[in-house]
Design a protein around this ligand. Sequence first.
Ligand code: LLP
Length: 428
Amino acid sequence: MLHFDYRNGTLHAEGVSLTEIAAKVGTPFYCYSTAALEGQYRALDSAFAGTDHLVCYAVKANSNQAVLATMARLGAGMDVVSAGELKRARAAGVPADRIIFAGVGKTRDEMAYAINERILGFNVESAAELDALSSVASELGRTARVALRVNPDVDAKTHAKISTGKSENKFGIPYGQAPELMDKARGLPGIAAVGIHMHIGSQITDKKLTPFRDAFRLMRELTMELRQRGHVLEHLDLGGGLGVSYTLDNQPTPQPADYAAVAREALGDLGLKLVLEPGRLLVGNAGVLVSRVIFVKDSAKNVESRRFTIVDAAMNDLIRPTLYEAHHEIWPVDASLRDKPSIVQDVVGPVCETGDYLALERRLPPFAAGELLAVMTAGAYGAVMASTYNTRPLVPEVLVRGKEWAVVRPRMDVEAIIALDRLPGWLS
Ligand code: LLP
C-alpha cells in the first residue's frame, strides 16, 4: 500500500513508525497518510485535466476534520448527506459553493440550513422532495439549485448492500420519469433545475468499467432528451463508486485515468461540467487500523484445531468485514513476523458477537500476545462507521505527514460515554 511500508523492520506510515504511535497513543488506532490522500486526489483531478470538472469528496467515507481540511486545501469540493456533514465540511474550510447535498431523506430543517449556506446544489431523489425543497426555498425567498438523481437501473456488480443503481434500490428517480420531473421542476418556485445526477454503487472494480460505461451512456441520452425539451443544464454529477484494491496484490483495479477516459468518451463533448463524488478512491488506501493481540487461543473444531487471534480492535471499530463480508489485508507491524511460517487463523475482537471478526480462516503470521498488526485499506468507511457498542470508546485517529504526526481525534473517554445518559427523576 503506497506510503505504508516497512522501514528498519517496522511498518511505517510515511516516515513514522506505527510502533512509535502505538506506544504513545495506545491501541487500537486509525492512522492516515497525508501523502496518500494527496496522491489519490491529484491522480483523479489530473485525470480530468482539460475537462471542466469538480471533485466533490464524499464526506461519508471519512469525515475527520483533518482529512477534510487536507482535501479542502487541494481545492476539493464536497458531497454531504446530512446537515451534520455539511457543518463538518464548512468547519474544515470548504467553500459552500463547492458543496453538493445528496441523500433520499433530507428534512426541511436540513434544506433550510443548506439553502442559507448557499451551497452549490441539491441532488434530489423524489417528486416529494422536490416539492418540499420548492416550498422551503420559496419561504426563504431563495432559489435552490437542483440536480435530479436518476436511477439508471444498471447493475454495478458489487456487494448487494452497496449497490444503489438498480430499480429495486431506494435511490433516485426511475430513469423514464426523469424528463417529466425535470419539466415539473422548471415550473416550481424556488427551484433551478440545472443538472442530473447518478450514483450506481460503491467499490466498482469491473475491469472494463462496464457499469459506468452503461450508466454514462444513459446520462448522455437523457441530456439530449432534456435539451430537446428546452432544459438548460450546467452539470452532470457522476457520483462516486470507483473501487480500490483491498487485496493489495498485483491485480490492479481500474485507475482514475481509465475512469476519466470512459467519462470523457461518453460525455466529454456535451459542454457540461462533470461533478465527481469519490469517497473510497481518495481515502481507502490512505488509512490503516492498528491493533494489538490480547490473547491467542486454539480451540478444537471437530478434529481440527482452530486458531483464534484475539485483538483489541473489534466490529464496533471496523464493521466492514462482518457487514459486507469485506476482505481487509492484515499485516504484522513487526516485519520479522513475515518470515515465520504462516498459520490459518481467525482474527477476532472482544465484542460478544460471533460476527465480531476482522478476518476468517486467513493464512497469517503466527501472532503472539502483545504483537501489533495493521488492518489495511481502512481509511474509508472505517472510523466513520464505528460505534460504542459494548461501551467501547471510539478509537483515536492519527494523521501522518512525512516525519510528523498528530492525533486528529483523541481516544474517547468511557466516562464521557456514560455521562451521555441521564437518570429520570424516579431513579435518581
Ligand atoms: N455519492 C453518493 C450519492 C453515494 O451514496 C456514495 C456512497 C458516494 C458518492 C461515494 O461512494 P464511493 O466513491 O466511496 O464508493 N459503507 C460502504 C460503502 C457505502 C457507500 C455509500 N454511498 C462500505 O464500507 O463499503
